[in-house]
Design a protein around this ligand. Structure first.
Ligand SMILES: Nc1ncnc2c1ncn2[C@@H]1O[C@H](COP(=O)(O)OP(=O)(O)OP(=O)(O)O)[C@@H](O)[C@H]1O
Ligand SMILES: [Mg+2]
Length: 318
């Protein structure tokens, strides 16, 4: 029993050594594997770096293409303006009979020239605006104003265009709306496009313009119509450049399909957004939501103290 002890220890020692050797071999294998993995990772990293560089190149190329498009649009629009101005002026001179009388047929034709030149001019203006916005060269000129005044101006603008009695254009008196600090010309441009679209695509019923407070900071303007509506599949694309949906009414009215995309870009410029709901055959509602104070303007409207108190009441009345 006493004699067996060292042998047993020796055997245990050998067994342990063997185990250590096996473990070492395993460790070496793992090390090799890790080295291999590291090499692979380094290679992948190199690939990723190359891909990043390619992506940068592509982004730069896209930026240049977009710059080029904006510049092309603005040069082209600019160059169109002078001849168009000449056509419009000469048509007006002719219609004013400054160069002698016109027959009925001649008058009809000159009016057609004048109308086409005006439409083309509108399109050129839209293109120029779009190019300017894309190039970041359009600025916002905010001021305090009352919605009632803006609605009155719009009403006056559209009255002469309402040639049919089957469609009525209603401006709901904006109730409890505080004064707004934003670029009224740009807001008006969005609403003009919504209203002219609504009138174009509605043959009978109403076109209703409303203004509602969203919360303390935002106001939503909506133009609802009872017109032909827009099928669901076109909803996603409707605010993109040059999108027009084929319909008998679309064929009757020309236009370029720039109005809505321009409206969306202007709304974003004002710190807001646009939205649309529509059902074919039932009608559409286009809206724009903008901050009541552009750029987070904190000041209260420039007014007398009692007026300011009135504004505060309006702020909380809902
Ligand atoms: N209220 C609406 N009801 C039905 N379809 C509409 C309405 N508003 C816009 N659309 C559809 O969306 C398209 C895009 O409108 P958008 O204002 O961008 O262009 P447009 O009116 O055709 O041309 P432009 O405004 O440049 O003169 C229209 O052509 C029309 O097909
Ligand atoms: Mg339009």
């Amino acid at each position: 029993m006493m004699v067996d002890q060292p042998r047993e220890n020796q055997e245990q020692c050998r067994a342990l050594q063997e185990e250590i050797q096996t473990l070492r071999a395993q460790l070496d294998r793992r090390r090799e594997e890790i080295a291999e993995l590291n090499a692979e990772l380094a290679e992948t990293n190199k690939g990723v770096v190359v891909l990043y560089a390619e992506l940068d190149d592509k982004a730069e190329a896209l930026r240049q293409a977009s710059d080029l498009k904006s510049r092309f649009l603005s040069y082209m629009s600019h160059e169109f303006r002078t001849p168009l101005g000449a056509i419009r002026t000469i048509s007006r001179i002719l219609l004013d009979r400054m160069d002698g009388p016109l027959s009925d047929e001649q008058e009809r034709q000159v009016r057609f020239i004048q109308q086409s030149a005006t439409e083309l001019n509108q399109m050129v203006d839209d293109l120029l605006d779009l190019a300017k916005i894309e190039a970041g060269r359009i600025s916002v000129s905010p001021a305090w104003f009352e919605m009632v005044d803006l609605f009155a101006a719009l009403r006056g603008m559209f009255k002469p265009l309402l040639t049919t009695t089957t469609v009525s254009l209603i401006f709901e008196e904006p109730a409890d709306l505080p004064r707004i600090y934003t670029d009224d010309k740009k807001l008006s441009q969005i609403l003009r496009n919504y209203i002219s679209n609504a009138l174009k695509f509605t043959q009978q019923g109403t076109v209703r313009v409303t203004a509602r407070r969203q919360d303390d900071d935002a106001v939503t303007f909506s133009v609802s119509d009872t017109g032909i509506g827009i099928a669901q599949e076109h909803h996603a694309a409707i605010f993109q450049d040059f999108i027009q949906i084929d319909s008998p009414l679309q064929r009757k009215w020309r236009g370029t399909g720039l109005g809505l995309s321009l409206s969306k870009k202007i709304a974003e410029l004002l710190g807001g957004s646009v939205a649309m709901t529509s059902e074919p055959g039932a009608g559409s509602t286009f809206s724009v939501t903008i901050p009541i104070r552009f750029g987070g303007e904190q000041a209260t409207p420039p007014s007398l103290p009692e007026r300011r108190a009135g504004d505060r009441r309006e702020l909380h009345a809902e």
